[in-house]
Ligand binder design. Sequence first.
Ligand code: NAP
Length: 329
Amino acid sequence: MAGKLMHAVQYDSYGGGAAGLKHVEVPVPTPEKDEVLLKLEATTLNPIDWKIQEGVLRPLLPRKFPHVPCTDVAGEVLEVGSGVKNFRTGDKVVAMLSHATGGGLAEFAVAKESLTVARPPEVSAAEASGLLVAGLTAHEALTKTAGIKLDGSGEHADILITAASGGVGHYAVQLAKLGNAHVTATCGARNMEFVKSLGADEVLDYKTPEGAALKSPSGRKYDAVIHCTSGIPWSTFEPNLSENGKVIDITPGVNTMITCAVKKVTCAKKQLVPLILTAKAENLDYLVKQVKAGKLKTVIDSKHPLSEAEYAWAKSIGGHATGKVIVEP
Ligand SMILES: NC(=O)c1ccc[n+]([C@@H]2O[C@H](COP(=O)([O-])OP(=O)(O)OC[C@H]3O[C@@H](n4cnc5c(N)ncnc54)[C@H](OP(=O)(O)O)[C@@H]3O)[C@@H](O)[C@H]2O)c1
């Protein structure tokens, strides 16, 4: 593929939102020793993609301009680097690219072998691509931070999942149920039936006083909160937590870091825990296998062709997606 051009979507400065995206022709990337070249079949957007464009991680990310955003991809292996051991041409895979280099809004991308996982025919490219940032974050929050055993062998837990209709939340509900947890969930009125259908035991409309107070209708105190939205103060969580309950904040800002530090210093039993995803291929492989087994599903909010990627971008920025927003080359 050396020397060939491909369609890609990029931005060349901070800010600009959907209007800042440009359709360009750029060279197809060449895989390094430890990389595979993929012909992309689906790319999933996450809020972090447009937050990086907004400059939230300035000056660290993106590493340089112009930047082709997005990290969550699925496709077919076209070429392998000389050191790649587990994949060959023609393999269907799902892979996570680096946020520093991006590359997902394009026809082709290179992915590290270490974050590439085989995709069985039962799992579509769109379904698989959703599992990356969103599915892995839900998995890490539940298993590593909340201590839920997804085979159901652990102690019973009462879990609250906020923004359960979103990308992370909709996986968190399903995975928490695999772990036999009792799930209370918050979402908007239009998604209450949807969130129940994912397995939530009780659902609160976040725009009602009860929903805003996060009160479990059955009076439960939460052992863990998988907190997938923002703007809820600690004083709202605190009375709803069990004795050693913890809030796992996946959008940690300055207030979270301060509250977290105070809790640690004072040895408080109730904890606020910031979480930034550490992506692991073994966890991705687990999620792919759950989809194949019919135990987990990716709910697709909308699919957009690469030629209309700016609509997908605007949809994600709007903050009202139900499940995942997908772009298909
Ligand atoms: N730390 C990490 O590594 C990590 C990883 C992944 C994501 N994140 C962050 O986690 C957050 C969620 O990501 P996501 O992909 O799940 O977002 P998303 O898919 O864009 O979430 C959209 C959903 O959130 C719902 N929602 C919005 N405000 C709500 C509220 N106050 N209460 C209940 N539901 C609400 C919306 O429902 P309505 O349409 O009804 O309003 C919509 O269905 C983002 O800030 C993202 O950057 C962090």
